[in-house]
Design a protein around this ligand. Structure first.
Ligand code: ADP
Ligand code: GLC
Length: 519
């Protein structure tokens, strides 16, 4: 179901599974085996964009001669499929708990699953219980997960071992420490930061149970201001670091965005690269999307109005020609959702309507619900997490609001662009890299895909919405912006090629170092 006609992918996949070498345009090159290590993967477990990226990468990389297998925790939702999975390894004890590694194909994904029922077979989400409280043993859950990833990296499985290991966020980051401190040859290890705000910092009293040597607890290792930091360990001990947009790669070197880890980042400045996320253009395709009322394209934009009517109906808006501003987001401080809620009355007073699909802080959810009660027919709020409704919102709204205080990449604005819904964004991180402001100069050159403002404040955001509204009242200009938006290249093409090149360079370097060590 990802990135490209299924038949073609099946053929490629069979070719990669059976061959060690593929013939490309530039002669033949070896198939590279990469282990991706992540705590979420779309469409199986998702709390945000991390899952979308981890789910899309394997199919995208296949086209570049990379076979990617993904290690994920055996959460309850995954565990129920394990009866038909093949067990590859059984641990008597993995950091003190019984565990096993299975392989299984689910939703077209080639998965390795760490089954450790005491750690992962429970109700709630991947990181929190049913009441939204973080699990108290997250330190152990993701240390065991990382330990297993490192073991696989160092040849635990009989029939498969990776040429490189790709770690996503703090939940996988301790893998770099296990690989580094284990006196065995290790494949190169790439650490991707999807969000610097989540670091996996835990009490140092847990260190003794992590199974790392005592000398790992230093500033050069996992120690961080008297505690243990998984993300810091990953940043410090991986062979290379990537983050999910060039602007964020630059921002994290600063005090404002480094979240306390800017020193570590700066010390490794030569090893950090920004590779912007793409989106899955098969799942998010307005020309074939089964989740929307009417499919449409740049050339058949008129059909879009049927989706607008569906959206108005679903969110209880009185049908109108007003600008519909949407929000599809976690309702958190990062996303600036508090400021949107604060401005809800102003947005209505300006003459626009507001549609909110979001979950998060209870306080922000309640603020939006109260705003909807104050403005029946003008503001509609849904506090579910619904993939299906997200498609309908992008297909029916005119603009989408992303006033994030920081945004490593952001996928929402890219989905919106593809569906002709103009993003209104704060100029930060990936929002800067993916949206072209429709200012006078851009418009006079026929450019512009959305609206950007400099720094989150009520007045900056409201002014940008007003600019959008003014252009929305000029149908020719508006349709030019929408068509430009829909033309934006949000594909994985370039970024997948960059990841593949990146693996190749690190694998070759690692092999050369290995040969030097032997020689
Ligand atoms: P982040 O990962 O920081 O939340 P991204 O923009 O990278 O930000 O990804 C957010 C993802 O979560 C998108 O796929 C978006 O559609 C989805 N999403 C956020 N909130 C909701 C919701 N309430 N219902 C459905 N999808 C949502
Ligand atoms: C994080 C970031 C978001 C990014 C996503 C996928 O959740 O907050 O900006 O798009 O990861 O990389």
């Amino acid at each position: 179901m990802f990135g490209g006609p299924a038949r073609q992918l099946d053929e490629l996949s069979a070719e990669l599974a059976s061959a060690n070498v593929i013939a490309g345009r530039h002669g033949s090159k070896p198939v590279r085996q990469v282990l991706s290590v992540a705590s979420e993967i779309y469409p199986i477990v998702k709390t945000g964009g991390l899952a979308d990226v981890v789910g899309a990468l394997p199919a995208q990389l296949m086209q570049h001669g990379v076979r990617m297998r993904t290690l994920i925790p055996g959460y309850r939702a995954i565990r129920k499929h394990l009866t038909r999975a093949h067990q590859l390894h059984r641990y008597d004890r993995l950091l003190g708990v019984p565990a096993a590694i299975y392989e299984i194909e689910l939703e077209g994904l080639d998965l390795l699953v760490l089954d450790a029922p005491l750690l992962f077979d429970r109700a709630g989400g991947p990181y929190q219980d049913e009441h939204g409280l973080p699990f108290a043993d997250n330190w152990l859950r993701f240390a065991a997960f990382s330990r297993a990833a490192a073991d696989i990296g160092q040849g635990l499985l009989e029939d498969w071992s990776p040429d490189a290991v790709h770690l996503h966020d703090w939940q996988a980051a301790l893998t770099a420490a296990y690989l580094h401190f284990e006196p065995k040859p290790a494949p190169p290890c790439i650490m991707t930061i999807h969000n610097m705000a989540f670091q996996g910092n835990f009490d140092s009293s847990f260190f003794g149970i992590l199974g790392l040597p005592q000398h790992a607890y230093t500033m050069e290792g996992v120690e961080y201001h008297g505690s243990v930091s998984y993300l810091k360990a990953g940043l410090q001990l991986s062979d290379a670091i990537t983050t999910v947009s060039p602007t964020y790669a630059h921002e994290v070197t600063s005090f404002e965005f480094g979240m306390g880890l800017e020193g570590v980042i700066n010390a490794r400045k030569d090893h950090i690269h920004g590779i912007v996320n793409g989106i899955d253009e098969v799942v998010w395709d307005p020309e074939s999307d089964p989740l929307i009322t009417r499919t449409f394209s740049r050339r058949k934009l008129a059909a879009r109005r049927y989706n607008r009517r569906t959206l108005e109906h679903a969110f209880g808006l009185v049908p109108s020609s007003r600008l519909i501003v949407s929000v599809v987001s976690r309702l958190t401080w990062q996303k600036g959702a508090d400021v949107i809620a604060d401005c809800a009355d102003d947005i209505v007073a300006m003459g626009a309507n507001l549609v909110v699909l979001g979950q998060g802080s209870k306080e922000i959810e309640r603020a939006f619900e109260a705003a909807a009660l104050r403005h029946p027919g003008r503001i509609g709020v849904n506090t579910q997490f619904s993939e299906d409704i997200a498609h309908q919102v992008h297909a029916g709204a005119d603009a989408t609001l992303l006033p994030s205080r920081f945004e490593p990449c952001g996928l929402t604005q890219q989905y919106a662009l593809r569906y002709g819904c103009a993003p209104i964004v704060n100029r930060t991180g990936g929002l800067t890299d993916t949206v072209i402001d429709a200012n006078d100069a851009a418009i006079s050159h026929g450019a512009g895909t959305g609206f950007a403002f400099n720094g989150l404040s009520r007045s900056n955001m409201l002014q940008a919405i007003r600019r959008a509204q003014n252009l929305h009242r000029q149908p020719n200009q508006w349709s030019m912006i929408i068509r430009n938006a829909m033309k934006t290249d949000c594909s994985w093409t370039r970024s997948a090629a960059r990841y593949a090149e990146f693996y190749e360079t690190l694998i070759s370097q690692n092999q050369e170092q290995g040969q030097r060590a032997v020689g």
